[in-house]
Design a protein around this ligand. Structure first.
Ligand SMILES: NC(=O)C1=CN([C@@H]2O[C@H](COP(=O)(O)OP(=O)(O)OC[C@H]3O[C@@H](n4cnc5c(N)ncnc54)[C@H](OP(=O)(O)O)[C@@H]3O)[C@@H](O)[C@H]2O)C=CC1
Ligand SMILES: CC(=O)N[C@@H](CCC(=O)OP(=O)(O)O)C(=O)O
Length: 339
């Protein structure tokens, strides 16, 4: 199948190119950038030697006419502007936020600007999303934090109060994209931790609530505090919620393990073993650990992912595999780096 990547000079687009180079069914034949159009791909992404000699094109709809599948990895608001010019026959996965929210009101509260509508939400490891994705031609890939938090909370709907979920999550700096910002330079980030979008204003809040409400059938609410961590990649989310019935760590561990039995990518680690971001770097895998805090009767969940892998490019390919009727793990059998 012929594939196009729009926004390939960014971090998420570059990770898509890296993974797609070894995909057994997808062949990349349109690669576009914005300010980097005309540049060698390896001058922006020196790791991508399999693209040596190729350049980024400027976006032109005619380049995508022969594409069966298109990935959009553009800043918020830009995907909605280009889709009308793409072939209607092409399957599209948008890595941005433009089509994630079902509520126009929530869109205007957290993002502003014109509301573009909602596509199937691509949280590929759990139902009802997985089945819906396999029947869809347009899929909105979840945000990186949203992926880790929704996966870590979804199995708890029968034992915890999802109307009051509290999350603190730390992300590596690539989560903020590749464009230069003062708060992301090494002198500001190295050796320091800081919260941002503080006070329940992070834009992934409505997306996580929408996903968890769908999974649980009751209105989910989340208080989410993100932290910028001095590392390039990875997200570690700590989720807590009040238990609605007496239970033990062993019982919750069994519940989570059963919930993810059929998932090729989500691993509930043995009790006592903690998720670690470096174990997931470069992969589509997710690690989860659970515990019951009997002192406060709260469920505590730790989730690690790679923001550019499972949180962006790898989950986008998993979604594309499902949309195309392929093995969902095609081209994604990569372990994490470990250090
Ligand atoms: N980074 C992450 O961990 C995650 C990112 N996402 C989402 O994926 C999308 C891409 O993110 P990321 O790769 O980090 O972002 P980057 O800033 O690294 O890359 C953005 C890409 O979009 C292009 N671009 C920038 N401005 C415009 C414009 N006005 N019109 C068209 N193209 C433009 C850039 O081209 P050029 O560089 O040539 O100017 C680049 O290719 C975003 O929506 C982001 O929210 C989702 C999950 C995780
Ligand atoms: C570290 C950092 O800044 N992370 C970004 C995550 C963005 C992302 O991955 O998600 P979207 O696609 O929804 O933008 C943030 O917190 O906004």
């Amino acid at each position: 199948m012929k594939v196009g990547v729009v926004g390939a000079s960014g971090y998420a687009g570059g990770e898509l190119l890296r993974l797609l180079a070894f995909h057994p069914q997808f062949e990349v034949n349109a690669i576009t950038a914005h300010s980097n159009a005309g540049e060698q791909i390896t001058s922006v992404h020196p790791q991508l030697q399999s693209y040596a000699g190729k350049k980024f094109s400027a976006f032109s709809p005619s380049d995508f006419l022969s594409c069966d599948l298109i990935f959009l990895a553009l800043p918020h608001g830009e995907s909605a502007k280009v889709i009308a010019s793409l072939p209607t026959s092409a399957k599209i996965v948008d890595l941005g936020a433009d089509f994630r929210l079902e509520s126009a009101q929530q869109w205007s509260k957290y993002y502003g600007g014109d509301y573009a509508g909602a596509w199937t939400y691509g949280l590929a490891d759990i139902e009802p999303f997985k089945t819906l994705i396999s029947k869809s031609t347009k899929v909105a890939n979840p945000g990186c934090y949203a992926t880790s938090i929704a996966l870590g909370t979804a199995p708890a709907s029968s034992i915890a109060d999802l109307s009051d979920v509290v999350v603190v999550a730390a992300s590596g700096t690539t989560g903020a994209g590749r464009s230069a910002k003062i708060n992301l330079i090494a002198s500001e980030v190295a050796g320091s931790l800081t919260s941002y979008k503080f006070g329940g204003v992070h834009q992934h809040t409505p997306e996580i609530e929408q996903a968890l409400t769908k999974v649980s059938g009751t209105a989910a609410k989340i208080s989410f505090t993100p932290i910028l961590a001095p590392m390039p990649r990875g997200i570690l989310s700590t989720i807590t919620a009040k238990l609605t019935k007496a239970t033990s760590t062993e019982e919750v561990h069994a519940l989570y393990s059963t919930y993810f039995t059929d998932s090729q990518f989500v691993t509930v680690l043995p009790i006592g073993v903690m998720p670690k971001t470096s174990a997931l770097t470069g992969s589509n895998h997710v690690q989860i650990q659970v515990a019951v805090d009997s002192h406060t009767s709260r469920l505590v969940v730790s989730v690690a992912i790679d923001n550019l892998g499972k949180g962006a490019a790898a989950q986008a390919i998993q979604n594309a595999n499902l949309m195309c009727g392929l093995d969902e793990a095609a081209g994604l059998r990569f372990d994490g780096l470990g250090v």
